[in-house]
Write a protein that binds this ligand. Structure first.
Ligand code: UD2
Ligand code: MN
Length: 562
């Protein structure tokens, strides 16, 4: 029971991070209030697929839905079922209109006539009727039918009656073939997607994966397919717009963020770096090369999906597969891009609505270990050292995945860091990964659970790894833990942990391996032990060559890792 609670907290925290990232993303966003100019049907009503709806109905045009006061209690109850505002979702038409959020330069791009056709594979477990069917309708309504072969819905052992026969009956009436296939037992999204891909019609060249709570916008499909037609080894993602879990408001995502990850192997959005803007000569309508994909929404050439080894079928339920396929694509000779002219919305949730049989933490750690062991070479230690305990998790047999890496002659992870993700939180070159120990007091720098904008502390060394006493002194002369760097902005301190900015400045440290000093270059002062007044906070002071200004940078070796 306690483990379950812990796991929920872990997952909830990571989902909160995803939400925070989405807010950053929104901050960058350009156009979220453009009107849907395509009005069809009777005056005052739109008719699509025989579904009629008033043009000012709830959620139309991507507008937020407001629930009246008297229904708030019921709304809160219903929220728990899917961890989004189910009441709002049910009020919105299955074929609601959406704004055209594309960059102006995308709206009149021309694509070749003979684009490859796609199957759309959507996996789900206990999804709500309204979100699942709104996904399906948005695919049908906003894709040219000449390019849409079929939709495959893979039911990962859902326990809701309406997802059984009623679903089959409903989709039979739609104007595009929609097939429903069932997993015999709960298998997780990875194996469910594998099933969907394997049963989809071999006749069409592309497979497109979507989550079961998406909405595709005008023109989403053509630019994805056009890119694959140009180069079948390019795997493409749309910009993922945000559908509010609270109001179902549709908010444009940004073309100025791309996918990365941190030491814990959580997927994160980061600003597109200048080098990628330069490569595209500033044209934001051109696809962005991205180090990783979020995971849920992408198109891939069917043969190429096979060639590079589909997914790791040894991964369970949720997590890890998105970084796994990203590393694999890049390291084995492919390209991963965000096609900025393609926009698809997704309901981002703060918590998971479904169970993780075997325990959330257990499953995610297992998947991440498989990913780290097969693809990350020695850089897996950044993950292991910051997540003590993870090395005790059994990750099963990875021999076929390692053999795949061999067979495809994939490049090392260091190549990926150097060429694809030089701005990674994991440094390509580094001097140490472990503790920073004061020679006089024999105590260690400690960032006290890694809170941003907080002072670092100094405590007895515990040598346990984890996120408190682990720092890497990098070739760029930063002292960092994950995405936070040791930073001093005033003479005599204090020493803080701030987001690494790669601009050197206040985050540049010169270590002298003979004198054992850590000089803060900007102030020309030395890192010193804690002051008398505050015995647990180190600072910088004028360099005196005293033992209190000497530091040992030591690699922590976790016995289970090596
Ligand atoms: C993100 C991805 C998701 C996946 C995940 C990591 C986006 C927008 N979403 O999390 O696609 O890559 O990261 O694994 O990029 N599902 C099953 N069986 C299960 C669990 C889930 O079929 O046992 C379905 C679920 O109904 C949904 C899809 O898998 O349609 C993704 O699950 P999610 O929406 O909970 O994942 P999300 O968006 O938090
Ligand atoms: Mn999702």
């Amino acid at each position: 029971m306690r483990r379950f609670a812990y796991c929920k907290v872990v997952l909830a925290t990571s989902l909160v991070w995803v939400m925070l990232d989405m807010f950053i993303l929104l901050y960058f966003s350009e156009c979220n209030k453009c009107d849907d100019k395509k009005e069809r049907g009777l005056p005052g009503r739109d008719v699509v697929d025989g579904l009629s709806r008033p043009r000012d109905g709830p959620g139309e045009g991507g507008k937020p839905v407001v629930i009246p006061k008297e229904n708030q209690e019921k709304m809160k109850e219903m929220f728990k079922i899917n961890q989004f505002n189910l009441m709002a979702s049910e009020m919105i038409a299955l074929n609601r209109s959406l704004p055209d959020v594309r960059l102006e330069g995308c709206k009149n791009k021309l694509y070749p006539d003979n684009l490859p056709r796609t199957s759309v594979v959507i996996v789900f477990h206990n999804e709500a009727w309204s979100t699942l069917l709104r996904t399906v309708h948005s695919v049908i309504d906003r894709s040219p039918h000449t390019l849409l072969e079929e939709i495959v819905l893979v039911d990962d052992a859902s326990e809701r009656d309406f997802l059984k026969r009623p679903l089959e009956q409903y989709v039979r009436k739609l104007e595009v073939p929609v097939r429903v296939v069932r997993m015999e037992q709960r298998s997780g999204l990875i194996r469910a997607r594998l099933k969907g891909a394997s049963i989809s019609t071999g006749g069409c060249q592309v497979i497109t994966f979507l989550d079961a709570h998406c909405e595709c916008t005008t023109g989403w499909l053509e630019p994805l397919l056009a890119r694959i037609k140009q180069d079948k080894k390019t795997v493409v993602c749309p910009i993922i717009d945000v559908i509010s879990d609270d109001t179902f408001e549709y908010m444009a995502g940004s073309d100025m963020t791309y996918g990365g990850f941190n030491w814990k192997l959580n997927f994160r959005w980061y600003p597109v770096p200048q080098r990628e803007m330069d490569r595209r000569k500033g044209d934001r309508t051109l696809p962005v090369r991205t180090p990783t994909m979020a995971g849920g929404l992408f198109s891939i050439d069917r043969d190429y999906f096979q060639e590079i080894g589909t997914y790791d079928a040894g991964m369970d339920i949720w997590g890890g597969e998105n970084l796994e396929i990203s590393f694999r694509i890049w390291q084995c000779g492919g390209t991963l891009e965000i096609v900025t002219c393609s926009h698809v919305g997704h309901v981002f949730r703060k918590a998971t609505p479904y169970t993780f049989p075997g325990g959330t933490g257990q499953i995610i750690n297992k998947n991440n270990r498989r990913l780290a062991e097969v693809w990350m070479d020695e850089f897996k230690n950044f993950f292991y050292i910051i997540s003590p305990g993870v090395t005790k998790v059994d990750y099963g047999d990875i021999s076929t995945r390692s053999a795949l890496r061999q067979k495809l002659q994939c490049k090392p992870f260091s190549w990926y860091l150097e060429n694809v993700y030089p701005d990674s939180q994991i440094p390509r070159h580094y001097y140490s990964l472990g503790e920073i120990r004061n020679v006089e007091t024999n105590q260690c720098l400690d960032n006290m659970a890694r809170k941003e904008n907080e002072k670092v502390g100094i405590f007895n060394c515990h040598g346990m790894g984890g996120n408190q006493q682990v720092f890497s002194y990098t070739a760029n002369k930063e002292i960092r833990t994950d995405d936070l760097c040791l930073d001093v902005s005033k003479l005599n301190g204090p020493v803080m942990m701030l987001k690494c900015h790669h601009l050197k400045g206040n985050q540049l440290w010169e270590y002298d391996p003979v004198k054992l000093t850590l000089v803060h270059v900007n102030s020309n002062q030395c890192l010193d032990k804690a002051s008398e007044e505050d015995s647990q906070v180190p600072s910088v002071r004028d360099c005196t060559h005293s033992r209190s200004q000497q530091w040992l940078l030591r690699n922590v070796t976790l016995p289970e890792v090596f």
